[in-house]
Design a protein around this ligand. Sequence first.
Ligand code: ARG
Length: 460
Amino acid sequence: MAQLWGGRFTKETDQLVYNFNASISFDRKLYREDIEGSIAHVTMMAKQKIVTEEEKQVIIDGLKGILTDVENGTLAITEEYEDIHSFVEANLIDRVGEAGKKLHTGRSRNDQVAVDMRLYVRKEVLAVDALLKDLLKTLMKLMEEHIDTYMPGFTHLQKAQPITLALHIGAYFEMFKRDRLRLNDIYERMNYCPLGAGALAGTTYPLDREYTAELLGFYGPTQNSIDSVADRDYIIEFLAALSTIMMHLSRFSEEVIIWNTNEYQFVELDDAYSTGSSIMPQKKNPDIAELVRGKTGRVYGALMSMLTVMKGLPLAYNKDMQEDKELTFDAIDTAKGCLALFNGMVSTMRFRKQVMAKSAKNGFTNATDAADYLVNHGVPFRDAHTIVGRVVLYCIEKQIAIEDMSLEELKSICPIFEADVYDAISLKTCVDKRLTAGAPGREAMEKVIALNKKYLEENE
Ligand code: ARG
């Protein structure tokens, strides 16, 4: 057992207690951040003459040595240490002796872990953002490719009106774009440095917190020493953003699963992104989409756990907060994995345009346009709705589409119908005429694509 706090104890910690308390098995992930934070701390202490320049250099060399050895595998982070902070400090003292014992001056593990987690989460916010950006690029490509790919639009999973694949994909583009905005907001709010808050009440050493914050790339120091060590809001915000990303991925996954069914056949998944069955030779299953949908629950779980961990904690630090790590790390790794795989799946998926267009024509998706035709010929919309309802009923009995009816048949229901109705309710017209901002008609779609391309260029 390697602990930092044996002085006031007369007995060894019970082994089970030690194991229960220890966090090294998971906070080992923070070794880089712990070392980075320590280098900034000691650099600041030298500037403030709390340690000498020589001591600073010895400590920094020692810390860099630990980093190199961990990265190249010659130094293992083993479970004999209580946590990553003990591991780094004990190793430092082993390497550099007396000077190493000064590193923890004016610092507590409370502000140390607070800065480690912030550095880690900050880096991951950017990593998730980069994956979202990659996905947006894939979606942009699909939008440009499929401005004229017709498909049915749905409400209640019932065919509603014809749309294009570009519009449907574009809906997800907007969602993931907002997800990036959320990450950006989180970054802006969280990018303040808690180091120097000490255990909870600052310290009597003349620390320059502005300087430490600057060294670590933060906008500045946090404003309240208690809040600095007690705040995990940014983690909750990040988990909420990850949950929303997963929710979006999960909805999209559900659609890929539906589109990939034998009944729909809108898409064919690439062999590299689907799996077979051990018993049914014909199977090609959308496992990636299903796993993304399934893993969404895991990320939501992390958010709920974290909210619950924090809800009853008196200020300032409490050991409960150590629970933030495993679930945050897991949620981040899960979401990142899902984003990468989902992107691969969607970018290799083949859209079966003919099947989609045929489906867009079936199911009376042009009924609204037939009613709009009558409105354009002076019929009030409510009456037009009733008339076309009768037209649809007629077609259902005859098992035909509206455009399959002869003009006589149409006129027998409403004499206002003329020969130009066929053009007015064709799939192409139904889509092309929808030109309101944000609608699927080509001109409207091209405008949105241009705006979003500009967004992608400006938001690296
Ligand atoms: N492993 C602890 C955590 O993750 C580090 C902080 C320990 N602080 C303390 N006062 N025991 O929260």
